[in-house]
Design a binder for this molecule. Structure first.
Ligand SMILES: NC(=O)C1=CN([C@@H]2O[C@H](COP(=O)(O)OP(=O)(O)OC[C@H]3O[C@@H](n4cnc5c(N)ncnc54)[C@H](O)[C@@H]3O)[C@@H](O)[C@H]2O)C=CC1
Ligand SMILES: O=C([O-])CC(=O)C(=O)O
Length: 312
């Protein structure tokens, strides 16, 4: 299996590293626009192979998409990360152009690839990649839900002093402050989380999860990469190994949850064809309201992108 990662920065290089050392692909091609940058990162990852014992070949290129030809999966991480004081939506004007031009190059050289978008603002960059690619919606998706759920699970594990391995959870909606963690679908070793933690503590964890990206931006001056890069690699693994894993993934909704034409995180089955199935949960009235707020926000940013395109 051949996987391309576009953007050799913090998230892209981390994703490529996980793909290599976990031998998720035979070949990983790293692409960046900065001269020599992807080549250097790929070489560094390759030089780690004799230490960590893996044989995935890692190749770096500067904007040369011929080397990406025939990729089975492509992860797009190219674009600006936010700085303290910015929202993800502030990145739209720069990142939309980058994501669109990268997608054109990808599809030209790997017409059968499944595309995983990571660049922010995530839901709207998934929209940009999907319309540019002209691929079916099952083959163009965004990574955010695994990351947001992982943050939620990590905070819960800390609060309950249990292993994060035993926390199962699902989270829906856009990748932003309006994301919708679902305590009703959160379990700890099979036990509903609501039986193990007080309501106010759980609410505080939900709020911290919603601001999880911003918390790290404030601490580091740029956004996170270890968990995001690993989350994207986990999606690649589910596809190339046809694992049929159940993850929250950003995809274009076409009537599911009563929503049409908006890109939102929902639970899906991920396998060799990409999105194998969208799972429709029976949400209660409160959850439906939260999802509707999230839909409204993502739709506003999608409209902003359409307006930018109309003026261009
Ligand atoms: N979906 C999610 O949950 C997450 C999304 N992100 C987003 O991922 C993106 C990347 O973040 P980082 O890796 O931290 O940023 P970074 O600045 O470390 O890396 C971005 C890389 O993209 C490259 N690039 C820019 N234009 C390009 C083009 N046209 N072709 C190829 N490469 C190009 C840059 O040279 C740079 O090396 C940001 O938009 C960030 O907001 C970050 C974390 C989580
Ligand atoms: O916060 C950011 O800008 C990057 C991101 O999406 C995240 O870490 O959740």
């Amino acid at each position: 299996m051949k996987v391309t990662v576009v953007g050799a920065g913090n998230v892209g290089a981390t994703c490529a590293d996980v793909l290599a050392y976990r031998e998720i692909a035979n070949e990983v091609v790293l692409v960046d626009i900065k001269e020599g940058f992807a080549e250097g990162k790929a070489l560094d990852i390759w030089q780690k192979a004799p230490i960590n014992l893996y044989d995935t070949r890692t190749v770096g290129v500067t904007n040369d998409y011929t080397k990406t030809a025939g990729s089975d999966v492509v992860v797009i991480t190219s674009g600006l990360p936010r700085k303290p004081g910015m929202t993800r939506d502030d990145l739209i004007s720069t990142n939309a152009g980058i994501v669109q031009s990268v997608t054109e190059n990808i599809v030209k050289h790997s017409p059968d690839a499944i595309i995983i978008v990571v660049s922010n603002p995530l839901d709207v960059m998934t929209y940009a990649a999907h319309i540019t690619s002209k691929l079916p919606r099952t083959k163009v998706m965004g990574m955010a839900g695994i990351l947001d759920t992982a943050r939620y699970r990590a905070f819960l594990a800390e609060a309950l002093n249990v292993s994060p391995k035993d926390i199962q959870a699902v989270l829906m909606g856009g990748h932003g402050d309006t994301m919708v963690p679902l305590p009703r679908y959160t379990t700890v070793g099979g036990i509903p989380v609501t039986e193990l933690i007080e309501e106010d503590k759980l609410n505080a964890i939900v709020d911290r999860t919603k601001n999880g990206g911003g918390e790290l931006v404030k601490l580091m001056g740029t956004s996170a990469w270890y968990a995001p890069g690993s989350a994207a690699a986990q999606m690649v693994e589910a596809i190339v190994r046809d694992q049929r894993r159940v993850f929250p993934v950003c995809v274009k909704l076409e009537g599911e949850y009563g929503i049409d034409g908006v890109y939102l995180g929902v639970p899906v089955i991920l396998g060799k064809n990409g999105i194998e199935k969208i799972i429709e949960l029976q949400l209660n009235e409160d959850e439906k309201q939260l999802l509707e707020t999230s839909r409204g926000h993502v739709k506003e940013v999608m409209d902003a992108l359409d307006n930018m395109a109309a003026k261009a």
